[in-house]
Design a protein around this ligand. Structure first.
Ligand code: MN
Length: 320
């Protein structure tokens, strides 16, 4: 019998993985993503213990994934911890195994809560870092945990973690090392590679934000950036902020598609909902969280996609 941790490779996923690892030190850590989950689960044997953190269930293969969950859970154990919205037809009780799902908290907070009894101080700091990395620190649990720390020192650590991970998109060995480091209760700033990378990325970010304004396109309440060599999530935030629009989009064209990140601060706008409706109509896919989401749209429909996003903002405004 082996134990596995399958987690996302962003800040929240890495902190979730570190928390799961601290509570299950013998587990192997494997990075995956919604589209790759089904195939990656083939690494695990039928009687293994499988812990999955921060991986959304991808619309296009849910039946097969649920079947695989059930196979694993029949002779081993499957624990699914996540915070991405489920498709409308799926309720969490329909997912086989032990399911801990809540869209209002980060995966790190959920993983911390789930394994809490096996997590000594200072692992609560990892939960806080993961929550901030996913912009989900404004919850009762994380606010309570923050009382145990000097917020300013913790924000520095999150900054090192988030900035340090930038530019290591597919460097899973580096990220696995960070997971092990954090699982030992060590702060991000004591990881030399992470600290060095954070400083470099902070310098680069400062350079780029001064140039970004020139490349922003604006359509109504949507500002977008295309093919800028800078992380998409951050570019989407800066596009919105610098243009003063409701929605920011940053995309890169790849193999006939535009892959993008979409961000808003408007709490009455649900990007996940909007994208799940408009993206398939345009031959693509999309979804995520209400204020932070992603989409993949055929290049020829990108303009139309931006128009549809703007229409969604208009509809919201007319309802007021
Ligand atoms: Mn997450």
């Amino acid at each position: 019998m082996s134990k596995w941790i399958f987690t996302h490779s962003d800040g929240d996923g890495i902190c979730s993985g570190a928390l799961a690892l601290a509570a299950n030190p013998e587990a192997k850590v494997f990075f995956t993503h919604p589209v790759g989950l089904l195939e990656d689960l083939n690494n695990a044997g039928a009687s293994d213990v499988v812990i999955i953190c921060d991986i959304a269930l991808s619309e296009n293969n849910i039946p097969q994934i649920l079947e695989r969950f059930s196979e694993i859970n029949d002779s081993g154990r499957l624990i699914y911890i996540d915070h991405h919205p489920l498709p409308e037809w799926l309720q969490s009780y329909m997912i086989p195994g032990t399911v801990f799902h809540d869209t209002k908290s980060s995966a790190s907070e959920l993983t911390y809560t789930f394994f809490r009894d096996g997590l000594p101080w200072p692992m609560d700091r990892v939960a806080i870092c993961g929550a901030i990395a996913d912009y989900m620190d404004n919850t009762p649990v994380i606010s309570q945990l923050l009382h145990g720390w000097d917020k300013r020192a913790v924000y520095f650590e999150v900054g090192v973690l988030v900035q340090g991970l930038e530019g290591h998109k597919r460097d899973h060995d580096f990220k696995r090392e960070v997971v092990y480091h954090l699982s030992r209760g060590l702060p991000p700033s004591s990881h030399q590679g992470l600290l060095k990378s954070a400083l470099e990325n902070a310098r680069r970010e400062e350079e780029i934000i001064r140039e970004l304004g020139r490349y922003i396109h604006i359509h109504g309440e949507v500002a977008y950036l295309l093919n800028i060599p800078f992380p998409l999530g951050k570019s989407a935030i800066y596009a919105r902020a610098l243009a003063g629009t409701i929605i920011g989009v940053a995309g890169e064209t790849r193999k006939g598609f535009v892959d993008m990140s979409i961000r808003t601060c408007e709490e009455n706008l649900d990007l996940n909902n909007i994208l799940r409706k408009i993206a398939p109509k345009l031959g693509g896919s999309g979804g995520g969280h209400p204020q932070a989401a992603g989409a993949r749209i055929p290049e020829e429909n990108f303009k139309k996609f931006i128009e549809e996003l703007n229409e969604a903002v208009k509809r919201l405004k007319s309802q007021r």
